[in-house]
Design a protein around this ligand. Structure first.
Ligand code: SF4
Length: 259
């Protein structure tokens, strides 16, 4: 379901590393990732993924307020995916990018959608832009359970390849990686093929509500690993998890992928 809303602000300060502002064209996200912690950040009530609110006046507000802002890095999509399916119709992300480009703001996009390829013409106009694509598994049957509304693994890899071919800096967000479920060797091999500038390896962030969703997912699809997940994420066997993520970093180094 889609609801059109109006907002009063566009660029909000961001505490995420490397970002000065956050710009989110939508509230809610149809990608409906099991591990998403955005609902707790934006105080979302209701089932995540069912409703998306389109900030229809965001480009106008951005255009009015951008002159008052110091030119620094804008994170596009910190609690939503800027290229989720309704962007095809609303083009709020694209119109915001046009304004950011006009004012020469540096931009960092993060997405799980190949729809970003639609905007290659515009992305090429920026003097400073990076596109990050998230990957949590090389196996699309895992992806379809974990991130049901997002682009397939093959589409995301194609997006990374085409962006790079067009001279746009890319990076890959490897996270959250799922112990026992993510084939980390296969994932790092696939990433090495598309030659991103760097990767970020991240852990599962257990914000309110996340563990319950992950538990349901493991119980339904991978019940054999439930005890292991309880040990890691409830009883705090973080040593195991740190070792698992450490192995991913090692694999990246072996394949010449900068972490
Ligand atoms: S793409 Fe990002 S914002 Fe959207 S559901 Fe997945 S984790 Fe949440």
């Amino acid at each position: 379901m889609i609801k059109e809303i109006k907002v009063k602000t566009a660029l909000l300060p961001s505490k995420l590393p490397g970002l000065d502002y956050a710009l989110n064209p939508y509230r809610g996200c149809a990608h409906a990732c099991v591990y998403c912690y955005a609902p707790s950040v934006i105080h979302w009530n209701g089932k995540w993924g069912e409703l998306v609110e389109a900030k229809v006046n965001l480009p106008r507000i951005l255009s009015k307020t951008i002159r008052t802002k110091k030119k620094s890095v804008v994170g596009l999509g910190t609690v939503t995916d800027p290229y989720q399916p309704i962007e095809e119709k609303y083009q709020i992300t694209r119109r915001c990018l046009e304004i950011l480009q006009l004012h020469d703001f540096p931009v960092c996009i993060q997405t799980k959608s190949a729809l970003v390829l639609r905007d290659i013409d515009l992305l090429r106009e920026f003097s400073n832009i990076e596109v990050g694509v998230t990957l949590t598994s090389p196996d699309d049957s895992v992806r379809s359970k974990l991130e049901p509304g997002a682009s397939s693994v093959a589409e995301r890899l194609r997006a990374l390849h085409e962006l790079r071919e067009n001279g746009i800096d890319t990076w890959v967000f490897l996270g959250p990686l799922m112990p026992h479920i993510t084939d980390i060797e296969g994932l790092v091999d696939a990433v090495a093929e598309v030659k991103p500038k760097y990767v970020i390896v991240d852990r599962l962030r257990l914000k309110p509500g996340v563990w319950e969703n992950v538990r349901r997912f493991v119980e339904e699809f991978y019940p054999q690993y439930l005890d292991g997940y309880v040990k890691i994420f409830v009883e705090g066997r973080q040593g195991y998890y740190d070792g698992f993520l450490g192995r991913v970093r090692e694999l990246c180094k072996e394949k010449g992928v900068e972490v």
